[in-house]
Design a binder for this molecule. Structure first.
Ligand code: FE2
Length: 468
């Protein structure tokens, strides 16, 4: 009896002692991959699996933002007919009875993980400056009602957001950037993505991550995107093409050079001409097209976006060939702002952006005539490169995720770059001058540039040490 009690007491003490250890072991599994996992990892096929409920809902423009709006979404192949309903938004909850129903253009897309249906509806004949409510589905299963507002036909003040490469760990580490940008500019009229939205052009799970990061914001704020080199897929026959996902999942204009539909295009938003180009291919064709577009342009402001920068901020990544073809056109038409990606650093030109040929190795000849174009390279995702500084750049950054908010009002364009934590990192204002290049006012904060610590060379060993 005595021994039995003693044994029980020992068991009780053992349990009491081991209980905290068990808790520690469960917690340790996150840090130590060798500890047995209690739950299975969600596989990409499951994470990206389409269902009968609409997902990857994204607004874009295929034509005039004052009178149209396109929406694209994905379902499983069980949904063979996509529908969208739209009505002028009202504060009352009965949106259904007033709405008009449209049938989507649907197409299958077979990816590395699944086959899904992508549906696109282009709302046309909309009233400018009007708030609409819409939902997408199949007549049985619907998305929530989203709202968007059409543009004015006249120049009016507005803001938009610009992101450099999102590309890697998009769900984990880019989502905070797009969400912080939304918190700062919830009334932004669109979001520009300057290429490399994802890392592997044909990876369905990466596209799933991109759409999850932007979530319902993509259904309310239209996106304007151009392909980066990571949206270019290499096919079995060694040819290259824009990702098979690109055209089914976005509806951009088809007004670019032949064969570059939805990858090279132009739009006008309230007095601002936006030009998106595909810097991966056909530079000559696009230069000729750009020259024609800008020769015919009547808008006060021109903003161009493409992936490969005219002035690289990455080490040994100069795009001299592309610069030789495109920059003369940008100079000729005094394009106001060029938004780029590719170099996974930040760099923004200042007053001394050279108009003519630049010898990057020896710097800039200050007697050059300056075009006034401001060139920006930025990065929003977590992949980071070494910085190439330029004397004609006013602000640089390394190892910093950023988003940019651009506000245009009459003769002024105000640009602000924010870090992923919402701190102002760079700013300037462009002011239109009659018959002359823009006046650039530097407004960057006085905080130091975020740069990697300089690499300090190890002291040379003494001959006596080497011999040991
Ligand atoms: Fe990139």
């Amino acid at each position: 009896m005595f021994f039995e009690s003693k044994s029980r007491l020992r068991q009780l003490l053992l349990c009491t002692t081991l209980l905290p250890l068990a808790t520690v072991a469960v917690r340790a599994q996150d840090a130590n991959p060798d500890v047995i996992r209690l739950v299975p990892k969600v596989e990409p096929a499951e994470f990206a699996r389409p269902s009968i409920l609409p997902d990857r809902i994204v607004l874009t423009w295929a034509s005039d933002p004052a009178k149209s709006q396109a929406v694209t979404w994905r379902t499983s192949t069980a949904v063979t007919r996509g529908l969208a309903e739209i009505t002028i938004a009202d504060a009352g909850p009965d949106l259904e009875s007033q709405s008009k129903q449209l049938v989507a253009v649907s197409q299958p897309l077979t990816t590395d993980l699944n086959t899904a249906h992508f549906h696109t509806v282009k709302f046309e004949g909309l009233t400018p400056k009007t708030k609409y409510a819409y939902r997408v589905g199949d007549g049985v299963n619907w998305s929530e009602w989203f709202q968007f507002t059409t543009a004015s036909t006249e120049p009016e003040p507005f803001s938009f957001i610009y992101f450099g490469d999102a590309q890697n760990d998009v769900r984990s580490k880019w989502s905070r950037v797009i969400r912080e940008a939304y918190r700062d500019a919830p009334k932004a009229k669109f979001m520009i993505h300057a290429g490399d939205l994802i890392n592997q052009a044909e990876s369905d799970v990466e596209w799933q991550e991109w759409f999850e990061a932007g979530a319902w914001m993509n259904g309310m704020i239209p996106s304007i995107a151009v392909p980066g080199n990571h949206e270019i897929a290499k096919l079995d026959d060694n040819t290259r093409r824009v990702s098979h996902h690109w055209r089914p999942q976005f509806a951009f204009p088809e007004d670019g050079p032949e064969g570059m539909e939805e990858a090279c295009y132009t739009l006008v938003y309230q007095g601002v001409r936006i030009v998106g180009m595909n810097s991966n291919e056909k530079p000559m064709e696009q230069a000729e097209w750009l020259d024609k577009v800008l020769t015919e342009n009547k808008e006060k402001w021109v903003v161009c976006t493409f992936h490969h920068p005219m002035f690289s901020t990455g080490k040994d990544r100069d795009n001299a060939g592309l610069r030789a073809i495109w920059k003369p056109v940008l100079d000729k038409h005094r394009v106001d702002l060029v938004l780029q990606g590719h170099d996974h650093t930040y760099g923004r030109t200042g007053l001394d952006t050279p108009m003519g040929h630049v010898n990057l190795a020896t710097g800039v000849n200050t007697s050059d005539v300056f075009s006034g174009t401001v060139y920006v390279v930025s990065v929003s995702g977590p992949k980071m490169y070494n910085l190439q500084r330029h004397p004609f750049m006013s602000r640089h950054a390394e190892d910093t995720q950023l988003y940019q908010i651009i506000h245009i009002d009459g003769d002024k364009l105000h640009f602000e770059a924010f870090t992923a934590t919402g701190e102002l990192y760079d700013a300037f204002t462009l002011t239109k001058q009659k018959g002359a290049k823009n006046q650039l006012t530097e407004e960057a904060p006085s905080t130091p540039e975020r740069l990697r610590p300089p690499v300090v060379a190890a002291p040379a060993k003494k001959a006596s040490e080497v011999l040991k």
